[in-house]
Design a protein around this ligand. Structure first.
Ligand SMILES: [Zn+2]
Length: 123
C-alpha cells in the first residue's frame, strides 16, 4: 500500500503497491489524478495538461526575464561609456604630451642649429 495525496482535493489516497497504471481515480472527489513518480512515461490526461499550461502561461516569468536582461545591459553601457571616456582622455593627454615634446624638441633643435650657425660666424 502506498499513500499519495490527490492534487485536486489534497486528501490522501491509498493505492495498491504494484501500481502500473499512469493515473488513478480519487475516491474523495472522483477525479482522475496522474502518478508522475511511480510511472516514468506519464500520458497526462486532459484536465491535468490544462492545469500545467495555465501554470506555464502565468505572467510571472516575463517580467523576471525582462528585468534581468535590463539590469546587466545598463551596467554594461555605463562601464563602456566610462571606459571609453577614460581611454579617450588618456589618449588625448598622451597626444598633447607628445605634441608638446616634439614641438619643444623641434624648437630646441632649431635653436641649436642657429647657435651652431651663428657661433662660427661670430668667432
Ligand atoms: Zn481528490
Amino acid at each position: 500500500m502506498s499513500v499519495v495525496n490527490c492534487p485536486h482535493c489534497r486528501k490522501p489516497v491509498s493505492l495498491p503497491d504494484p501500481w502500473n497504471a499512469s493515473a488513478y481515480t480519487c475516491p474523495h472527489c472522483h477525479r482522475i489524478a496522474p502518478l508522475p513518480v511511480l510511472t516514468p512515461a506519464v500520458p497526462t490526461p486532459a484536465p491535468m495538461s490544462l492545469d500545467f499550461e495555465e501554470e506555464e502561461e502565468t505572467p510571472m516569468n516575463r517580467p523576471r526575464y525582462t528585468s534581468g536582461s535590463g539590469g546587466p545591459s545598463w551596467m554594461q553601457m555605463f562601464t563602456a561609456c566610462f571606459a571609453g571616456t577614460f581611454l579617450a582622455g588618456l589618449l588625448l593627454l598622451v597626444g598633447i604630451r607628445l605634441y608638446i615634446h616634439w614641438s619643444i624638441a623641434d624648437t630646441t633643435n632649431q635653436i641649436n642649429e642657429r647657435m651652431k650657425q651663428n657661433s662660427p660666424s661670430r668667432n
